[in-house]
Write a protein of this length. Structure first.
Length: 249
């Protein structure tokens, strides 16, 4: 099989599945592992895919971001299990920051601790927090329509007046080289600040975020505990860079 034909098969499989494993590419093309690895390197250099541990994935648009409605229903059961695990780290009397993420929002159902204080920049988190009777503070600032997040200078300055026992941050990308990333630089600044103001830091990311890279850097891998439902194939590699809690769904 000629190289262009083999590489087209690789790209077609990626378009169909989003992520493909190395062994699957070997079987589909009847090529050697070394040949497929060379193909993946070349295609990555041409910005046609992203190599990940054990295979390849489609490139994510660096500034593309789904709306809050789209996020809420994507991988919902995964997010619920991740949120339940995240909530288990909270203790009575904690002061925490929860950012405007669809997974952090799922945490609220599991917040049964006493004398809990929550600061958030997420508009959609307010009503469920109040329904739970939780002492809640909303950052001021500009409202970002797509994610219902408070962002901008006012939000950032208000945030800096607080100190947290723990923060819980959503992310669009988790990558061993590029760390935690998100499409919007202003949201990234809020997330960065919250992490810097917290004694303990947790990043919540379902398996679809693993290996992705977005436009704006939030933090390095080692700066937070990663809570995910990623299957075991990448766990050892990630554990070398950060504390990680893997939930089963």
């Amino acid at each position: 099989m000629l190289t262009p034909e083999r590489q087209q098969i690789i790209l077609s499989l990626l378009e169909e599945k989003g992520v493909v494993k190395l062994q699957e590419l070997i079987e589909e093309t009847d090529a050697s592992e070394s040949t497929i690895r060379r193909d993946l390197i070349q295609l990555e250099d041409e910005k046609k895919l992203k190599r990940v541990h054990g295979g390849a994935s489609l490139l994510q648009g660096k500034r593309n971001e789904p709306s809050m409605t789209e996020k809420t229903f994507k991988n919902l059961q995964d997010k619920i299990q991740i949120a339940k695990t995240a909530a288990s780290f909270i203790k009575d009397g904690d002061s925490i920051f929860m950012d405007a993420g669809s997974t952090t929002q799922q945490m609220i159902s599991f917040l049964n601790q006493e004398k809990l204080t929550v600061v958030t920049n997420g508009i959609t988190l307010i009503e469920p927090l109040l329904e739970k009777g939780i002492s809640t503070y909303l950052l001021g600032g500009m409202i970002k329509g797509s994610t219902r997040a408070m962002i901008g200078r006012s939000a950032l300055e208000t945030l800096k007046t607080y100190r947290f026992d723990k923060c819980f941050i959503g992310t669009n990308g988790v990558d061993l080289d590029y760390g935690y990333t998100t499409p919007d630089p202003e949201e990234a600044l809020i997330k960065q600040a919250a992490m810097n103001l917290s004694q303990e830091r947790f990043v919540l990311a379902d398996h679809s975020k693993i290996g992705e890279v977005s436009f704006s850097k939030i933090a390095e891998m080692e700066e937070a505990v990663l809570i995910t439902n990623k299957t075991s194939e990448n766990i050892q590699q990630f554990q070398q860079h950060t504390s990680i809690k893997v939930v089963t769904t």
